[in-house]
Ligand binder design. Structure first.
Ligand SMILES: Cc1ncc(COP(=O)(O)O)c(C=O)c1O
Length: 343
């Protein structure tokens, strides 16, 4: 790089450039299974139904689909139904549809973070989100996660200490269900405590529910958004894990003041009329629900196979936690084995 050019970049653009998400998929050797991201099984992508939905949209509504336009109202209705299943009656003003939940997570710092502001995250967590917060200059404070999700007692200590120092954290980023990469789900008492803390310390909770629908066992727990009576929770969802990541459609659901401000910084404008119509058409007539049921069956089988393989092949001292759903199985190596060294 020419040294002069480098000096023109804003400070946040001078950071080391992370590899693009999915970059390794493009050149992947098929026999290698990457555990780097929450990658769906391409054999489960609903290609035929998406092809049919695309043809129908072009045949019946092609002029509107291919013209300039706002987010398709039918897609907003689909997201309202998904939110209803998560216990939330969302109105259109509570919703923002974006190009994947990644776009929405990337917009959060624009709305909430000045360089040096504190953002609370989990440790470990989804780097795809947290690297965006860090790139905007957020000071990250990480709260440990165990088999029951974020350790909220530790969160309370941190919030108390920040309040004592007069530092208001901008938001708390959490993955309550089938955590990436911890596999765990935030327990019911911890959900209540987290919301109580959010209200007590006036801090927004961003709940990233990318895996919410992929539950293998038990009944779903209410989302934080469903339990939230005071508007502190911004719920983020995605079609990436229940349809396909390549469609790039996700959403945020929360207080209209937050939604409007996220929208302000979305330089691409609203979701394209073509994409919105195709996804909404695909999801109609119960297709999405039955596809989710298929995914649950297949991912449950894969999880069992993986757990069997781990039981057979890993040293018995490795601690393994079977997840209740989602894509991740958490293993802890016995000391002195180090994950970094093993990698
Ligand atoms: C927790 C979590 N949030 C968000 C995403 C990204 O979703 P999207 O494809 O909607 O940007 C992922 C993908 O791996 C994820 O694991």
């Amino acid at each position: 790089m020419r040294p002069l050019l480098e000096t023109l970049f804003a400070r946040r653009a001078q950071a080391v450039i992370p590899p693009p998400v999915g970059a390794e998929i493009a050149g992947a050797v098929p026999v290698v299974t990457s555990f780097t991201f929450g990658l769906a099984d391409p054999r489960l992508f609903p290609k035929a139904d998406l092809a049919r939905a695309t043809a129908e949209v072009l045949a019946e509504d092609g002029d509107a689909a291919l013209n300039y336009g706002g987010t398709f109202a039918g897609l907003i209705e689909v997201v309202q139904q998904l939110m209803r299943a998560r216990g939330v009656e969302a109105q259109p003003e509570n919703l923002l549809i974006g190009y994947g939940s990644g776009q929405i997570l990337g917009l959060l710092p624009q709305v909430f973070v000045e360089p040096g502001d504190v953002v609370i995250v989990e440790g470990p967590t989804f780097m795809g989100a947290v690297s965006r917060f860090a790139a905007a200059g957020a000071r990250l404070i990480s709260i440990p996660v165990d088999g029951e999700g974020m350790v909220v007692d530790r969160l309370e200590e941190v919030l108390r200490e920040l309040a004592r120092q007069g530092i208001p954290p901008r938001f708390i980023y959490t993955i309550p269900t089938f955590h990436n990469p911890r596999g765990c789900t935030l327990s019911w008492p911890r959900r209540q405590k987290l919301l109580q803390l959010a209200a007590e310390y006036s801090v927004v909770v961003v709940e990233d529910e990318a895996y919410y629908d992929l539950r293998f066992v038990g009944d779903p727990l209410p989302s934080l958004a469903a339990l939230d009576k005071e508007g502190w929770v911004l719920h983020v969802g995605t079609f990436s894990k229940i349809v396909a990541p390549g469609v790039r459609v996700g959403w945020a659901c929360g207080h209209p003041e937050i939604i409007r401000r996220l929208e302000m910084f979305r330089s691409e404008g609203s979701l394209g009329p073509f994409l919105g119509r195709v996804v909404a058409r695909y999801c109609g007539e119960g297709r999405l629900e039955s596809h989710i049921q298929l995914l649950i069956r297949r991912y449950r089988e894969k999880c069992h196979l993986m757990l069997e393989a781990i039981a057979q092949c890993f040293p018995p001292e490795v601690k393994v936690e079977a997840p209740g759903g989602g894509f991740f199985i958490w293993c802890e190596l016995p000391p002195p084995l180090s994950a970094n060294t093993l990698l």
